[in-house]
Every structure is written in structure tokens, then in C-alpha cells.
Design a protein. Structure first.
Length: 414
């Protein structure tokens, strides 16, 4: 989620806040979508994190059936990608690292059987620190996994207790070091800022743990209180502190400064990487690539139609046994697609390309964009470059408000 603030935040030392890094990645995300993607949702967790609103279950019931069900779905829906080569596969959740290694291997084999998986495809698995050990890493690598995304969140136990994570700070440090020794081509870590227990000094220490190891990729998210989560319930009953927006903004600006000092590209509001190490999977979402989602609650998109599977484990497994899946769907209007392009492109360092707006949506939509973007250029929240409009660092703090102001009213436009 994007941070929204009512007042300006400045660096304490008055150091210049540098804009998105410029470099050879410029315009990478405006290249035509050449490959499709596959997302696999594994809904099991050791315990439910208090801030999480994804479909996940703190149980092992069904773990022995989920791989077979997903393999059946892959076979049933293989025609939906229309033979497009697959350049990215992502095992997410939940906690896919909970599954036995043979089940991951089984699903990778099924994907190779039913789809054209490129030989250079990025194949990522999300893992919790407590699941990282050498035999498992070796098995994943043998199965074809070549990228790890490790859910660190913080290197301080007070933060992990607030989030109700299942690992501790020692587990997090150990997991990164073992992963780096494993020979994987790419490793990403997740961190969360704006936790009430997290000071600015400790946030910088978290970042420095990433920097001193020169991890290829970092995803850094602001803690948000999502509806219908345990965190919302606990805050409402004054059992947990509420995240402070000013502290979140201060930590975000520190993240941006740190990225520039350490040579990381801040290529999307919540994603940073060493040069040429962007997440292909995440970038594919922002670029509008087609993707197929397998597993309970997983979403799919073919450029016009979005589908999503039932968010119920027993129902999903029952469907898999018949070989008939019944995802819900919606056909996106031009206004829907324009709004989604604005929302995702605005988050990236390459911003919104007016030529792409005209090519995809027409001159009427381009004029709407021009008429609404100018005020943000004037106030310094948006930078105008020869081929794009992108957020300034200050503008990143207001990204949701800026995007919503650029939207088309979907109730009246088709």
C-alpha cells in the first residue's frame, strides 16, 4: 500500500532526497510483453501473521493434496496461455517453503509438461527464514528454482513479535547467510517499515544488513492495517499500537537515500535492486504481461479478462478431482485498463508514457491524462521527462492520491 500524508516530511540532515535512479533500466517496462507468467498460490502457514489479508491457513491439513490439485489445474487450463512461452514462474502464498521438496519438484515437472517454460525463465519460491537449510535449497535448485524471496520483515525480535512472525532475528540472519552460500542466481528479501516498534535507527540497521550482503533485490513495504485482519482487531481493542504515518514517511525517505548510497535502483515504490536484477515476475505485472494463476484464490489475466479461483481450500481440491475449475471472472472496460495502467506505471521509475497511453487507449484518454497531471508537475510531486511522467521522491508519498486523481470514472466510461 502507498503512504498518504497530510504534511511534508523532510530529511533531518537536510540532505538532498534523490529521485528514482536513472540508468540502463530506463524504459525496460515499456517493452512489448513477450512472455507469459504463472503464479502458484500455496495457502499454508505455520501461523497467521497479524497484518496479512491474503488467503492463507494456519494448518497443515490439505498439504498432502495441494500439489496434485495444482498439477490437475495446470493440465485443465493449459490452453489459456495460447502457447505463449512462459518467462516467469512464482510460488507464493502463504508459505510454499512449508511443502515437502518432492511436491515442489512435482509441480515444476507438471508446468514443464503442459506449458512452454523458457530455458532462461525466472522461477521464484517464497520462503520463510525458518525453512531455509542446505538440503532444502539443494533440492529446490535441482527442481529448477533459481530465485529465492525470503520473508525477513525485520532483524529485530520486537518487530517480529508485533507482526506475529514465526521466526526470530537469529533465524533471519542465518537464513540469508545460508542462502548466499547456496549458489542461487538471485536472492530477494522482504522488509517492512513503519512498524510501531521500529525506530529510524533500527530501520537503517535492517537496510545495512541487506547492503553489507549485497543482496540482489529488496522489497520494502509500509505496514498497513488491512480490513479484517488480526492487526486491525487488536488495534481496535487497544491491544497493539497504531502505525505512525510520520514515522513511515521518514523511514521511506531514508530507504530512498540508502538505495542511492548503496547502488540500488529504486525501480518501483516498494522494490529495489542492484543493476539488471529487477524481479521479472513483478515487472511483468506492471508491464501488463498475461499471467495464469493456479491454486486457491489465485488470479489470472489475459489483457482483457481477469479470473480468480475460489478462496476455499476444500472447494478448490474438490474441483481439482473432477478436472473442472470454475473461476469467477470480469471483463475489464477500457476505463478499467487505463486506470490499472496509471496505477501500476506510476509506481515505477519509468512512470507513465504518454505515447503508450495514446497507443493503448486513444487520444481522448491522453487528453484526460494531460489535463490532470499538470498540477502535480507544478507542485513538484511529478517530474516530466522527454518520454514519461514519473513521481518525484516527495510525490511517492502521495502516490495513491495522485493515481486516483488521474483515474477515469469507470461508472460512466467504457
Amino acid at each position: 500500500m502507498i503512504l498518504e500524508l497530510k504534511k511534508e516530511i523532510y530529511s533531518k540532515d537536510n540532505a538532498p532526497i534523490l529521485p528514482f535512479a536513472r540508468g540502463s533500466h530506463k524504459n525496460r517496462y515499456f517493452r512489448p510483453a513477450m512472455t507469459a507468467m504463472i503464479y502458484i498460490h500455496i495457502p499454508f502457514c505455520r501461523k497467521k501473521c497479524h497484518y496479512c489479508n491474503f488467503f492463507s491457513l494456519a494448518t497443515k491439513r490439505g498439504t498432502d493434496e495441494i500439489a496434485a490439485a495444482i498439477c490437475n489445474e495446470a493440465k485443465s487450463r493449459k490452453e489459456e496461455l495460447h502457447g505463449q512461452p512462459v518467462g516467469s514462474v512464482y510460488f507464493g502464498g502463504g508459505t510454499p517453503s512449508l511443502l515437502p521438496e518432492r511436491e515442489i519438484d512435482r509441480m515444476v515437472d507438471a508446468l514443464n509438461c503442459h506449458f512452454t517454460i523458457r530455458s532462461d525463465a525466472e522461477i521464484t519460491i517464497e520462503a520463510n527464514p525458518e525453512d531455509i537449510h542446505k538440503p532444502k535449497l539443494k533440492a529446490w535448485k535441482a527442481a529448477g528454482i533459481n530465485r529465492l524471496s525470503i520473508g525477513i520483515q525485520s532483524f529485530f525480535d520486537a518487530d517480529l513479535r508485533y507482526l506475529h512472525r514465526s521466526h526470530n532475528a537469529g533465524d533471519a540472519l542465518r537464513a540469508l547467510d545460508i542462502a548466499l552460500e547456496s549458489g542461487f542466481n538471485a536472492i530477494s528479501a522482504d522488509l517492512i517499515y513503519g512498524i510501531p516498534t521500529l525506530t529510524l535507527e533500527r530501520w537503517l540497521q535492517n537496510l545495512n544488513e541487506i547492503g553489507r550482503r549485497k543482496l540482489d533485490h529488496l522489497s520494502a513495504y509500509a505496514l498497513t492495517v488491512e480490513p479484517n485482519t488480526i492487526l486491525q482487531w487488536r488495534i481496535g481493542r487497544q491491544q497493539a499500537a497504531t502505525p505512525d504515518e510520520t514515522a513511515q514517511a521518514e523511514q521511506f525517505l531514508a530507504l530512498n537515500r540508502w538505495s542511492h548510497e548503496e547502488g540500488y535502483l529504486h525501480y518501483e515504490i516498494s522494490n529495489l535492486c542492484l543493476p539488471q536484477m529487477e524481479s521479472r515476475h513483478n515487472s511483468g505485472y506492471w508491464n501488463g504481461n498475461h499471467y495464469l494463476g493456479l491454486g486457491p484464490s489465485a488470479h489470472s489475466y489475459n489483457g482483457k479478462i481477469r479470473k480468480w479461483n475460489v478462496a476455499h481450500l476444500a472447494d478448490y481440491i474438490a474441483q481439482s478431482k473432477t478436472g473442472q475449475f470454475y473461476p469467477q471472472s470480469e471483463t475489464l472496460t477500457t476505463a478499467n485498463r487505463y486506470n490499472e495502467y496509471v496505477m501500476t506505471a506510476l509506481r515505477t521509475s519509468t512512470g507513465i508514457n504518454p505515447q503508450k497511453v495514446a497507443a493503448l487507449f486513444g487520444q481522448q484518454w491522453l487528453q484526460h491524462f494531460y489535463s490532470n497531471i499538470e498540477k502535480f508537475v507544478v507542485c513538484g510531486w511529478v517530474e516530466q521527462a522527454p518520454d514519461c511522467y514519473r513521481l518525484s521522491v516527495k510525490g511517492m508519498l502521495y502516490a495513491d492520491s495522485i493515481a486516483s486523481d488521474l483515474f477515469i470514472d469507470v461508472l460512466h466510461k467504457h
